[in-house]
Each structure stands twice: as C-alpha cells, then as structure tokens.
Write a protein that binds this ligand. Structure first.
Ligand SMILES: *Cc1c(COP(=O)(O)O)cnc(C)c1O
Ligand SMILES: [Zn+2]
Length: 397
C-alpha cells in the first residue's frame, strides 16, 4: 500500500475523494470544503510523544517524523473553580486552558500540523487572514520552519499584543481595509489561483486535524462528559470537535457522545441564525462584538460545523458582549483568566442553565481558547488601587 493512502481528502459536500498531496483547498467539482479522512481502523497513540503529536496515528499517520515542526503544543491543563461553578450554575464545570499553548491560543494545535504538511509538500511561504491569534501562531511556526509568512490583518481592528507577536516573529503584514471577512475572502480567491502561498486558515483541513486533540484530551481526562462548550467564530473548533467525537465513537473509545455547545457573540451570530432558523444556507452578517477573535460574519466552516452540531445533538447559542465580559471577570478573578472570546464558552453555559436547557448536574467542559494577555484593551480596571499613604493608614501602623 502506498504510504499516502493512509489518508485522503474528502469533500464534505459531495463526497468526492482526492489524494492528500492535492494543492487546492476546495472541491473542484462542487466548491465544498475538504476534510481529511484516515484509514485508521483503531485508536492508537504515539506514546513517545506528548501533546498534539501523541495522537499522530489519528491526525496524520503518514507524515515522516523528520517533517514534524513542533514546539510542544497541547497537553494543556483543565481547571475547576468554585467561583466559576457558582456563577455558571454548574457544579461539575471544567475549563480547558488553551492559553497555555506556545503562542497563547489553541491555534497552535492546528498550526503544528498545517506547517508540517507544508514542509512535507515542500512549500516555502505561508499566508493567512487573521483576527490576531492565527497570525501570531502562523508567524511563529513559519519562522521555525524557515518559511516566509504573510498575514492579512483587518486594518486597525486587531489587538496590539497579537499584532506584536506576528511582527516580532517576522511576518509580512498586509493591512486589509475592512474586516476579517474581507481579508478571508481575499485569501480564498488567491489560494485557488496561486499555489505559491500555503494557507494556514482553518479552510485548510489539517488545521482541524490538530484541533481534534482538544477533544481527545478532554475525553481522556473526563471520560464522556455531557457537554463540550466552545466559542464560535470561523467554526473550525466546532467542526473539529464533532469530527473527533465521531471518530472516538467509531473506535469504541466513548459509548455516549458529549453534546457540543457552540457559543456565538450576539453581534456576530450567523451560525446561530442558521441553526435556529429555516434557512439551510448560512447568511453572512456584518460582525460587531468586543470579542475580536469571534468577530466573524461569514464563517468558512459553517457546513462542517452544522454536521458536528447535528451529529452530537448539539446546541448553538448566542451571548451579549456584557455577558461575555461578566464571564471574563469571573474567570479572570478565579486566577485562571482568558481573553474575551474565550469567556463566551462559559457565558453560554450560564445562559443555557438559566433557560433550563442544561441541567445543573450536567458535567461540562468549557474551552478557554486564548490567554488573558492577548487583549489588554479589554482588561477590567475596577480593582482597588491604593496609595502607599492610604494603605499605611488602613493597616494602622
Ligand atoms: C480563533 C479563535 C476563536 C474562534 O475559533 P473558531 O474555531 O474559528 O470558531 C475563538 N477564540 C479565540 C481566542 C481564537 O483565537
Ligand atoms: Zn465536492
């Protein structure tokens, strides 16, 4: 058997199958997105590795070890907090802190697989559109792999700390007038015409293979919990989680499938509209929310994400910016901390508990997608600040 036959690319829309070395990103027959399918018939691990690449047989079984570009992604901690449990109404609530990844977000899990595949294909340049974290991660991994990186940033619409990472890691920055969706549509057009740049956005199905490992780690740690809650922007994580759960079920690792909760920001909730309405096609919106990482009005992965929600009998919900920032304050105060978009995962759970959709006794894993330092502009400033003089008066000495 040809080594490469271990995996292939399959169109999620029409089911056509292609060789993995094909360089397009969408199906030439119908324009649907590809997913990677593996012939792997059983659950097996690479026990010499930790984190993402421990799951190599399940995410990229045929990649040679020497092609793997890694800086130790994944294997993040999972936390419980009395404070967050009280606020959300869920006693058995865990938070998986993806901010502990090398560049401070879950994007590294997908990026290590995508950049390794770029190396396997002999590519020299990478490109992505980004609200910030993708560019930080893509720039870092491209530098490590000695590739040139290009990042398209919505002008004036990105957090300074994320931008600082991309710049420092050496990316070529391209300012796009408009929002993330404008940058993304530029990338999609370019990719089909120009093979020079390897796309690092989540239309690249290898990104999602890496991101499956969030779910693998949750299940390994908690067993089959009742819900996995994710903030939802471009819908890569929602897609990847559903794929991971389906594979775990097929391999017999879980008997009961956790339900995915996909949480959008109210001002950027086209997927919520699709799920709750009568349309069977996503209708893009103009996105507006404080949570810049999910400020996306035309998510590329909606079709895959819908498959995930249906497969897991999942729920799509939306929360306001105030609810997001309330959740962030509680998560920050608990000592764990996250960026605004991440807090949507916990805010969504509180809302569903209040609505009675989720039971207070359910076991829930919330994914905190990005680090607290990622977005300093939205840091709360309401803490007590005392002068030394008033502190001395207060302690009475
Ligand atoms: C990219 C990102 C998201 C959105 O994830 P999708 O998979 O695109 O839905 C959410 N939070 C953070 C911190 C991110 O960086
Ligand atoms: Zn197709």
């Amino acid at each position: 058997m040809d080594h490469q036959d271990l995996s292939s690319l399959k169109c999620v829309h029409c089911g056509s199958v292609f060789n993995i070395s094909r360089s397009n990103y969408v199906c030439p027959k119908c324009g649907g997105l590809f997913e990677v399918v593996h012939r792997t018939e059983e659950y097996s691990l690479d026990t010499d590795s930790r984190g993402v690449w421990k799951y190599r047989p399940l995410i990229h079984p045929s990649i040679p070890q020497e092609m793997i570009v890694t800086r130790g992604e994944g294997n993040t901690q999972i936390y419980k907090s009395e404070r967050v449990s009280q606020w959300s109404g869920i006693k058995s609530l865990w938070m998986k802190q993806e901010g502990e990844n090398p560049t401070g977000s879950f994007k590294d899990r997908g990026m290590t697989v995508a950049i390794s595949e770029a190396k396997r294909l002999g590519r020299k340049s990478t490109i992505c559109a980004s609200t910030g974290n993708t560019s930080a991660s893509a720039a870092s991994y491209s530098a490590i792999a000695d590739m040139e990186s290009y990042v398209l940033i919505p002008s004036g619409n990105i957090s300074e700390s994320k931008m600082a990472q991309a710049v420092s890691y050496g990316a070529n920055i391209i300012d796009v007038p408009g929002d993330f969706d404008a940058a993304m549509s530029y990338i999609s057009n370019l990719a089909e015409k120009n093979q020079k740049y390897y796309i690092m956005n989540s239309v690249n199905p290898w990104r999602l293979e890496g991101q499956k490992t969030i779910t693998f780690e949750i299940v390994e740690k908690l067993g089959d919990c009742d819900f996995i809650s994710l903030p939802a922007g471009n819908l890569g994580n929602t897609s990847a989680a559903g794929k991971a759960l389906k594979e775990l079920k097929n391999w017999g690792i879980i008997s009961h499938v956790p339900r995915i909760v996909s949480v959008q920001a109210e001002g950027a909730s086209p997927f919520y509209n699709l799920w709750s309405g009568r349309d069977n096609h996503l209708v893009p919106v103009k996105a507006k929310t404080i949570a810049s990482a999910i400020r996306i009005g035309n998510p590329v992965n909606w079709e895959k994400a819908l498959i995930s929600i249906k497969y897991t009998d999942g729920i799509v919900t939306k929360v306001s910016d105030d609810e997001i920032m309330d959740a962030k304050r509680v998560i920050d105060r608990s000592g764990i901390g996250c960026e605004p978009a991440s807090a949507a995962s916990v805010a969504g759970i509180r809302k569903l508990v209040e609505e009675g959709t989720i039971d207070r006794t359910d076991r829930i894993a919330c994914v905190l997608t990005g680090h607290i330092l990622k977005d300093l502009a939205s840091m709360p400033v309401s803490n007590r600040h005392l002068s030394v003089g008033s502190f001395i008066r207060e302690i009475g000495s």
